[in-house]
Design a binder for this molecule. Structure first.
Ligand SMILES: [Zn+2]
Length: 88
């Protein structure tokens, strides 16, 4: 899950949709962490297990669901970037 979210976040942030959003490493990692917090974790210990979980997660429906969480995390971090003043 972590690898998947990380690559999806990178794709999103390089995409044209989020021009306004800060792309520094801090914000990128915040988006990844925030997305992962709202998604179930799938820890695996073997390469076979990793492959199985990836195939299970990598469906059209799951990608859409994960992407929705990533997009809301991007907006949230974009609105309250940690490298500026933390409003919380
Ligand atoms: Zn930033």
């Amino acid at each position: 899950m972590e690898e998947m979210v990380e690559s999806l976040v990178t794709v999103h942030m390089l995409g044209a949709d989020f021009q306004i959003f800060c792309r520094c490493d801090k914000c990128r990692l915040d988006v990844i962490a925030l997305s992962l917090n709202s998604l179930p974790s799938h820890y695996v210990t073997t390469e076979e297990g990793r492959q199985a979980v990836f195939e299970q997660l990598n469906t059209e429906e799951n990608r859409r669901w994960i992407n929705k969480r990533i997009v809301s995390s991007i907006y949230l971090v974009g609105k309250y970037p940690k490298h500026k003043k933390d409003p919380l």
